[in-house]
Design a protein around this ligand. Sequence first.
Ligand SMILES: Nc1ncnc2c1ncn2[C@@H]1O[C@H](COP(=O)(O)OP(=O)(O)O)[C@@H](O)[C@H]1O
Ligand SMILES: [Mg+2]
Length: 235
Amino acid sequence: MLAVKNVDVYIQASHILRSVSLDVGAREVVCLVGRNGAGKTTTLRTVMGYLRPRAGTITFKGVRVDGRRTHEIARLGVGWAPEDSGIFPDLTVAENIEIATWTRPGGSPAAERLARAYEVFPVLKTYAARKGPEMSGGERKMLSIARALALDPEMLILDEPFEGLSPAIVPVISASIATVTRLGHSILLAESNIHHVPEYADRLYVIERGEVIFAGQPHEAWKDPGVVRVIGGQT
Ligand SMILES: Nc1ncnc2c1ncn2[C@@H]1O[C@H](COP(=O)(O)OP(=O)(O)O)[C@@H](O)[C@H]1O
Ligand SMILES: [Mg+2]
């Protein structure tokens, strides 16, 4: 579904991503794991068209998307929940979700998409009239994922959905993401803590200093000396 091949990205004069390759298949949950500053957000922002690779290619459903604008990529069926949630603080929960149904018309009807977002995150329905500043970090993360889901995407890209959450809320969000995959969406998820990688993840990539140093099954990662060196110290 998504194929990133040998992508190099520079920000000003800094060479940030070095020949990054990764794939996400239909209905797969793929995690991109790496320490802070490793290049996870840069990779995801490049896929979303905020950054342009200097070399390499990105295809989504067989269509070249590198060099395309973000809204075009979203319209092709990629939903994006950024690290900082990126919700509109002046809009209510319901309005934040509804806005996504206008952004990508077609597909299933808006009402159906809203219902799906509330099905995955039932608590948001009870907060429908609240605005951003009245929500906790965990609720904002949920809203950000719910809004991306309301785009009716084939693939969801989530940047650190568990970052800064209380340990009690992590399993709630993890279970909601599992529900999203059961609905048939692919997921690419960035995470800095390997212990937050959901047990249902199909595949894992480990990134370090802008390079992919491991690609494989999550349980194999622990046997890889390079991976253990980078993330083994995490508790
Ligand atoms: N706008 C920017 N300007 C300069 N350097 C940046 C910018 N954004 C990211 N970087 C650098 O790129 C590297 C990767 O950052 P990032 O992709 O945000 O890492 P991660 O998401 O894994 O924490 C870091 O060294 C960071 O300092
Ligand atoms: Mg990041």
